[in-house]
Design a protein around this ligand. Structure first.
Ligand SMILES: [Zn+2]
Length: 334
């Protein structure tokens, strides 16, 4: 909240030209301790927009967490126009347990990325989502939301971004322009045939619904962490801030994103060990073999092919699949 040039988020305060770090307290645990959400705020010396950089809604997705840590560490509030809020670990319980879901019990919602806007009186995932959206994004009056992820543990992807094409045309247009400036390599226009990236309770969807431009990104795979993938997220944040007039231009821009607006999932038609013939990010031709599935006796059971011309945006990470498991997710122009 702006007041006398002091930027306040929760108990944190940053004067003009300052960067402050600390925690915002969240739910109380059974042992009496409290979950604390780490927050870094940077208050520029000149007026400008406020940007939210969040990661770790899924706590095992370290590449996104590292990207937000390093983007915030590298920011100089002395040369910044506007304000930036960094939340490297939005969901600390999953970070501590090195997992994607809140598995405190089997009764409540477990995937915080599916419960926005959350609720102050709901279960743990809902309360955490509510804290992120209301106590941080709304309280800080953010003008842009970026939600960092990686592919889930067990999936393997190239860096890519996803942006909603559903909602107010102006907000969608500004979200798309922001994702283009971020430039992760492949951008999924989510909605229509790519609806899996546009589920109603994801943070970027709820933000757009509230009139705040937003997009998300996936920085490679969750395990093992890869600093090259984090770097894509740091460079993307810098390009976004430059696009919004908050810092000077970062220099040479990479080639424009490859745009896809359709998603085709290919599932294993037989169980067995899986020998991939394609890599994350590969350009694929319709009918191109994706993998060979061999049974435990070494016999080829299946050679699944791409159903479309497109790009491999996710494949399984493990070398063995059960029948019905997703083997590949392909982005294409619908
Ligand atoms: Zn995630």
């Amino acid at each position: 909240m702006a007041s006398n040039n002091i930027f306040r988020v929760g108990e944190l305060e940053a004067k003009t030209g300052e960067k402050t770090k600390g925690h915002i307290e969240s739910i109380e645990l059974s042992d009496g301790s409290r979950v604390r959400v780490p927050v870094i705020i940077a208050n520029g010396t000149k007026p400008g927009p406020t940007v939210f950089l969040g990661a770790g809604a899924h706590g095992d997705e370290i590449n996104g967490i590292r990207a937000v840590i390093e983007a915030m560490a590298g920011l100089d509030p002395g040369t910044l126009s506007g304000r930036v809020v960094g939340v490297p670990v939005q969901n600390p319980l999953t970070y501590l347990r090195r997992e994607r879901l809140v598995t405190l019990n089997q009764l409540d919602e477990q995937n915080m990325h599916r419960v926005f806007p959350g609720s102050r009186t709901g279960d743990v995932a809902h309360r955490t989502a509510h804290l992120i959206l209301e106590d941080i994004v709304a309280r800080a009056e953010c003008d842009m939301v970026v939600d960092y992820h990686t592919g889930a543990t067990g999936s393997y992807c190239p860096p890519h971004s996803f942006v909603s094409t559903i909602g107010n045309a102006d907000v969608v247009e500004r979200s798309v322009a922001a994702a283009a400036a971020f430039n992760a390599g492949i951008c999924i226009y989510a909605g229509g045939s790519a609806g899996v990236y546009a589920l109603g309770n994801m943070l970027h969807m709820v933000a757009v619904e509230r009139g705040i431009p937003a997009f998300g990104c996936e920085l490679g795979t969750a395990v093992p962490p890869d600093l090259r993938q984090s770097r894509v997220g740091v460079d993307g944040a810098l390009r976004l801030l430059a696009h919004m007039g908050m810092i000077d231009a970062t220099g040479r821009e990479p080639e424009a994103d490859i745009i896809v607006d359709g998603i085709a999932d290919v599932r294993a038609s037989a169980g067995g060990v899986c020998e991939y013939l394609v890599q994350p990010g590969d350009r694929l031709k319709c009918g191109q073999p994706l993998a060979r599935i061999l049974n435990v006796f070494g016999e080829v059971r299946s050679i699944p092919v791409s159903p479309v011309d497109g790009y491999l945006v996710t494949r399984a990470f493990y070398g063995a699949l059960n029948e019905g498991e997703r083997l590949a997710r392909i982005g294409y122009r619908a």
